[in-house]
Design a protein around this ligand. Sequence first.
Ligand code: FES
Length: 105
Amino acid sequence: MNRGNSTFTRSEPLSGDDTITIFFEETACEVPAGVTVAAALLGHDDHHFCRSAADQEKRAPHCLMGVCFECLVEIDGVKNRQACLEPVREGMQVKRQHEPVDESK
Ligand code: FES
């Protein structure tokens, strides 16, 4: 089938046996290799990743494609990372982002 000049690519399927360890709120989590941080952690405790800047309500991934910004987390000390776009890496330190986004920084 001709799909024109699309640049969309497909990653290799997971074997189901490949797991890595990441740390979420300093707790080790065994997660599938090759998935995003959001996909890896959606089943974790109460599902919230950050709080809204407006009313501090708990927020969790919604679109899973980089549009809504409901999945902001701190990864390896860097804030405002979109968990739905970031692939998991061995030893990665992920923390909830509790503070509102400060756009002046
Ligand atoms: S879930 Fe929407 S930007 Fe990440």
